[in-house]
Design a protein around this ligand. Structure first.
Ligand SMILES: Nc1nc2c(ncn2[C@@H]2O[C@H](COP(=O)(O)OP(=O)(O)O)[C@@H](O)[C@H]2O)c(=O)[nH]1
Ligand SMILES: [Mg+2]
Length: 104
């Protein structure tokens, strides 16, 4: 594997239905970049973290930090950033609101 270039951190709360779509979009646009995706989920009742794990099982680019008994967008972002060795980090909403094609 080439060295990681980019970590995309996706803070989530109840984004289960957006997990696959956002990953599909990132895969298309980051074709030539060695990237990983870190979801930081605050134990969403809709099972967002389980959805990520089911995909991560067969895709080592993807992982989830599931925080129990905690909430907070800013601390979720920091925790995701600190969990990656990548030299570049991007934070995005998981709700498909941000244009991922600007990342490259
Ligand atoms: N981990 C975590 N993620 C959050 C929290 N609140 C919001 N998010 C996520 O952070 C991103 C931004 O939140 P969003 O509600 O879209 O904010 P808005 O776009 O400013 O209305 C989304 O991916 C949310 O799922 C939180 O307390 N913890
Ligand atoms: Mg949003």
């Amino acid at each position: 594997m080439p060295p990681l270039e980019l970590a995309v951190v996706l803070p989530t709360f109840n984004e289960r239905q957006n997990v696959r779509p956002v990953l599909d979009r990132l895969e298309k646009t980051l074709r030539d970049i060695a990237y990983e995706v870190i979801f930081v989920d605050d134990n969403s009742p809709d099972g967002t973290a389980d959805e990520v794990r089911s995909i991560a099982l067969s895709n080592s680019r993807i992982r989830v930090i599931q925080r129990i008994g905690r909430r907070g967008l800013a601390s979720a972002c920091v925790e995701g950033m600190m969990a990656s060795p990548a030299p570049y980090v991007a934070i995005m909403d998981a709700d498909l609101q941000h244009d991922e094609t600007v990342l490259p």
